[in-house]
Design a protein around this ligand. Sequence first.
Ligand code: PEP
Length: 249
Amino acid sequence: MRRKIITGNWKMNGTIAGTEALIKELLAGDFNPERTMVVVCPPFTSLYVAAKLLETSPIALGAQDMSQHQSGAYTGEVATDMLLTVGVSYVILGHSERRQYHAEDDRLVNAKAKAALSAGLTPIICVGETLEQREAGQTEQVVGQQVDGTLAGLSADLIAKSVLAYEPVWAIGTGKTATPEMAQAVHKFIRQEVAEADAAAAETLPILYGGSVKPGNARGLLIQPDIDGALVGGASLKAADFVAIINAV
Ligand code: PEP
């Protein structure tokens, strides 16, 4: 059985003091870390402090993006080595906000995923359709292309070490969530798409759902057979809500 993963994407929120306060609240929360893998992804500037606070806790640390390059003249970028030295083990790649505001495409996300995996980081690769695409009946076509493009050239072994996140763009930060049935249908489709490359990797690959997950809707989503956890934005900024989502597993 795949262990559930609940990930908090804190986006561009919080200074070092804010990160410290939120982590302390989370650490005081009542949840069973054996049952669920919990990952938090603060902004880059807070990673070092977050790693220190999480050192003896089972909560893992993630970054929100990284460069596909290892070092050099790439102003503003952060390399895998830099993330590893501050204690990061997960990295979100291809989030729709990166795709939308920084023109990231599947090719770039694929290059980043390869760099992350060869450094020993676990990529959380995001895919998802826009409202226009869903209404035009293109969800499977769009998501299928994103899955194929972002996983291109990865061995079955490396696919099995990755995490995918299905995040319908229309549900991110909007308060609109896919119904559990809608989300399950796309998760099942994604798993079938991955199974075409390797059936065993598709079975072990965790596929998270993201898009306005809240304490009130988490359980309905998390009980679906192909939903292996959640990528949570807004609600992960409130420790009590995030803990309630973890406990919904
Ligand atoms: C996200 O940013 O990945 C996300 C799912 O955000 P929210 O939960 O706020 O919709």
